[in-house]
Design a protein. Structure first.
Length: 262
């Protein structure tokens, strides 16, 4: 499977309640108009690759619902609905499930009441599924997911999200079949042995959350040294403003589910 080629994506409009979204450090409320303009640029970039983008309307009851990535893991064989570890986000997964059922014939879900997992902690490469335990993803959630994906022939490897980092993918991204963009602090944990790793430039750790989507890399604006490294490595970059989602600890991967349904 090509882990970065997709026919579909799902996004969800930022709700007005996004101003109350979760954040580790309060740097002020996001500006909704700017957030929506960035979101529109993001959706346009996905569509420009030829993919079908299912754009869901805003869910006002869930301030973090624009970060759809956390609600599901989408694989070629089927989708798995997550159990987010943030209590305010649990209901988002149930909202996403019918949209996945409309596109996939096999949709499973994490069911254990003590099991928690958010897909921001999951990096799918061509050969394995890396899952970082974090404040949002516990051992039970990882173990339940491992059983489900084993049915579909996938290897799952448990790794660790660095302390103080929201999700595993806050600090890394898949760029192609063998290349990962990562912060030095995450790479130092040794979890990417066997991959080619490009480090974010010092001071630009917040640029580690990018996405490869078909021929493009969607990359947060404002990180010129890391951007230039990726351009020099031959990637076709599309810079997207992320200033407002960054106030809620969100980035490029969080804003979409990307997949080719079975
Ligand atoms: C949260 O704390 O859950 C949201 N404010 C941000 C979620 C970002 N999602 C992601 O990294 N996959």
């Amino acid at each position: 499977m090509r882990a970065y080629r997709f026919t579909h994506a799902i996004t969800c409009q930022p709700p007005q309640t996004a101003v109350n979204g979760l954040r580790a450090v309060d740097t002020g409320a996001p500006d909704l108009a700017v957030m929506r303009a960035h979101h529109a640029d993001y959706v346009a970039a996905l569509k420009s690759t030829g993919a079908t983008v299912v754009e869901l309307p805003a869910l006002e009851a869930f301030p973090d619902s624009l970060f759809v990535e956390d609600t599901a893991l989408c694989l070629p064989q089927g989708a798995v609905v997550m159990r987010p570890g943030a209590p305010s986000r649990l209901g988002e997964a149930a909202e996403m499930a019918p949209h996945l059922r409309a596109l996939y014939s096999d949709v499973r879900q994490i069911e254990g009441v003590e099991n928690f997992i958010e897909a921001g902690d999951i990096l799918t490469t061509e050969t394995e599924i890396l899952v970082g335990r974090s404040a949002r993803t516990n051992a039970g959630g990882v173990a339940e997911l491992a059983r489900i994906v084993a049915d579909w022939g996938h290897n799952l490897r448990e790794v660790f999200t660095p302390p103080g980092v929201l999700h595993f993918k806050t600090d890394c991204s898949l760029l192609d079949g063998e290349t990962i963009l990562a912060t030095e602090r995450l790479d130092a944990s040794g979890c990417f042995k066997g991959y080619r790793v490009i480090h974010t430039a010092p001071g630009e750790e917040a640029s580690a959350n990018a996405i490869r989507f078909n021929d493009l890399v969607l990359f947060p604006a404002g990180f010129p040294r890391t951007r230039d490294k990726l351009i020099a490595a031959g990637f076709d970059l599309r810079e997207i403003g992320n200033s407002e989602c960054a106030k809620l600890d969100g980035g490029m991967s969080c804003l979409s589910l990307r997949f080719t349904p079975s």
